[in-house]
Design a protein around this ligand. Structure first.
Ligand code: ADP
Ligand code: MG
Length: 341
């Protein structure tokens, strides 16, 4: 959208937002714009400031400096209940003594929505999260995944402009988490609400998001589409945090080549013209089911990981242990990292 276009109202805009707790700088000056209807993810390791940033957006915390806008309105000093946001927490925070339906309808009741329309909206929300017929149960009669859906329904039913989600799938086991990732994304598309999603899980971020902001030490290192941050990491931190970091140094320039872009040549095999070829020795072989990872110590010093799909018979990989190999890649699959960061 063109700068200076007055009709353009992003769902969220942060300008120079900072927040410290005593000596600890939790959020160190963040600028960010999220468009309406986006699935936007804050991705970073534990302690990088994700939760603090989300709490600032929700209004549970006030920034030391900076400005927060929701839907084009300055809400920097607005209390949480007057902001058009809702938050889904990792521990769900459901009321244990209330039925599922009452949990979901709670926000509407507080807002004074009368019984009939309230019940209709609760039923619609139950249907959306695929929990029809379970409205009379108590939270402790549900599985973890079902509870997570109740928490989501309880937030979505209020139809906020922006939904804030802080590691909402963190308590679920891997398989359920992967299923819920797909469902959450579908629900977000259906309802069209802007999602701001916090996770430390890079795969989760890449799977679900329209755009990702990668955070480290209270700052944003890079903002981009999943393909941008994975294929074209701006910094060494991003390269290492999203996926396996293969960093090479040549003439003082640091660059990245992703494991799946590296070809491990068989002894008799020659590289295509134009490929960079580096000799080395296989130090370790790690079997990970669908693929096998080869840790190769290059003669020039660096260690690189190469990945191969397991198309061949089992055990085939082991023959490379300790053996000299050559790694090959093309220039178009390498990305120069920002200098001085
Ligand atoms: P994340 O959610 O990415 O794990 P947080 O936003 O929770 O990170 O924390 C960022 C930093 O701020 C951490 O160093 C954390 O210890 C500190 N922090 C967060 N909340 C508080 C608080 N209420 N009091 C003191 N320090 C805090
Ligand atoms: Mg957190």
């Amino acid at each position: 959208m063109a700068a200076g276009d007055d009709s353009h109202r992003p769902a969220l805009r942060l300008q120079g937002v900072r927040k410290s707790y005593g000596q600890v700088v939790a959020v160190a000056g963040v600028d960010l714009t999220v468009e309406e209807g986006e699935f936007f993810t804050l991705l970073g390791p534990s302690g990088s400031g994700k939760t603090t940033l989300l709490r600032l957006i929700a209004g549970f915390e006030r920034p030391d400096t900076g400005r927060i806008e929701l839907g084009g309105r300055d809400v920097t000093s607005t209390p949480p209940y007057l902001r058009d946001t809702n938050t889904v927490f990792q521990d769900y925070a459901l009321f244990p003594h209330m039925s599922v339906a009452d949990n979901i309808g709670y926000g509407l009741r507080v807002k004074g929505v009368s019984r009939q329309p309230r019940e209709e909206r609760v039923q619609r929300a139950l249907k959306m999260v695929r929990l029809e017929g379970l409205g009379r149960r108590r939270p402790n009669q549900l599985s973890g995944g079902q509870r997570q859906r109740v928490a989501l329904a309880r937030a979505v039913v209020n139809e906020p402009e922006v939904l804030l989600l802080d590691e909402p799938l963190g308590a679920l086991d891997l398989k359920l988490r992967q299923e819920m990732q797909i469902e959450l994304k579908q629900i977000q598309k259906e309802v069209g609400i802007t999602f701001i999603y916090v996770t430390h899980d890079q795969e989760e971020a890449l799977t679900m998001s329209d755009r990702v902001a990668v955070m480290s030490n209270g700052q944003i290192e890079q903002i981009g589409s999943p393909v941008d941050v994975y294929e074209r990491p701006a910094t060494e931190f991003v390269a290492g945090f999203i996926g396996i970091s293969n960093v090479l140094v040549r003439d003082g320039v640091r660059f990245v080549v992703r494991p799946e872009k590296i070809r491990m040549l068989a002894e008799s095999e020659t590289a295509d013209p134009g490929m960079t070829v580096e000799p080395g020795r296989v130090e370790e072989i790690i079997y990970v089911g669908m693929t096998t990872r080869y840790l190769v110590h290059l003669d020039r010093g660096e260690r690189l990981v190469a990945v191969r799909q397991n198309m061949d018979a089992l055990g085939d990989a082991q023959k490379f242990q300790g053996r000299p190999v050559r790694l090959a890649w093309t220039a178009e699959h390498t990305y120069v990292l920002d200098k001085g960061r």
